[in-house]
Design a protein around this ligand. Structure first.
Ligand SMILES: [Fe+2]
Length: 229
């Protein structure tokens, strides 16, 4: 439990919380590098790892220059954000979709860091620690640049996701066609919409099942009249 009696206390507490946040993301980033599918994203995470190590050292410099020693502060928010990244890493799925999820999770991390560094930089200015404020501003600029790079990667990923979606649709259509073809050969009913309608989307031929009329309703059954008609 920290004692927050003054802005100085809050400044030191926030610096230490950011130290913990940087340490947590430094531990997590190598796993994100391994999990990333695209080379650009791997490179992006590697660069983020190098910058995070630099940013941690910069926080130590800020505290050292002001005569503060590090204290134990746990950044629960960063741990939760990293848990989300690890959940994505451990999930099965399409590699391009997982990359998109990793980018989104990494941007959540960036936005949290941007908020934290913006706050602590302002505290430094208010306390008259201009040199510390300038160092913290350097980190804030790096975090902003990383966020923009992630946005560009996400935009590139959106094109890939469109391709994944089209591939998924083609596979689904092929599966339905195969099922219909097998059903016709065996003389057994297909399942789903085609079973009721008797329509085929491949040959244009109608393979109406006995007992089903041209509208796709079982003979003897008429559609329920709408209560609004
Ligand atoms: Fe950082």
């Amino acid at each position: 439990m920290v004692n927050l009696e003054s802005l100085e206390d809050l400044f030191v507490y926030t610096l230490n919380k950011l130290r913990d946040a940087e340490s947590v993301i430094i531990d997590a980033l190598p796993k994100m590098v391994d999990a990333a599918h695209s080379e650009e994203l791997k490179e992006g995470f590697q660069q983020h790892l190098r910058q995070s190590q630099q940013q941690l050292a910069r926080l130590d410099d800020v505290m050292d220059n002001l005569g503060y020693s590090p204290i134990d502060v746990t950044c629960k928010a960063m741990r939760a954000l990293v848990d989300e990244c690890e959940e994505i890493i451990d999930s099965p799925g399409d590699p391009d979709v997982k990359d998109a999820a990793l980018i989104a999770a990494a941007q959540s991390v960036e936005h949290y860091e941007i908020a934290g560094y913006g706050t602590v930089r302002t505290f430094a200015r208010q306390l008259g620690y201009d040199e510390a404020a300038d160092l913290l501003q350097e980190t804030l600029n790096q975090e902003g640049d990383t966020d923009k790079k992630l946005t560009r990667l996400a935009e590139g990923q959106a094109c890939r996701r469109q391709l994944v979606h089209q591939r998924h649709q083609r596979r689904s259509r092929a599966k339905i066609t195969r099922r219909e073809s097998n059903a016709r050969q065996k003389g057994t009913p297909a399942t789903g919409w085609t079973a009721l309608s008797g329509k085929s989307d491949t040959s244009g031929a109608t393979t109406r099942r006995p007992g089903v009329n041209s509208n796709g309703f079982r003979r003897g059954l008429t559609p329920r009249r709408s209560r609004f008609s």
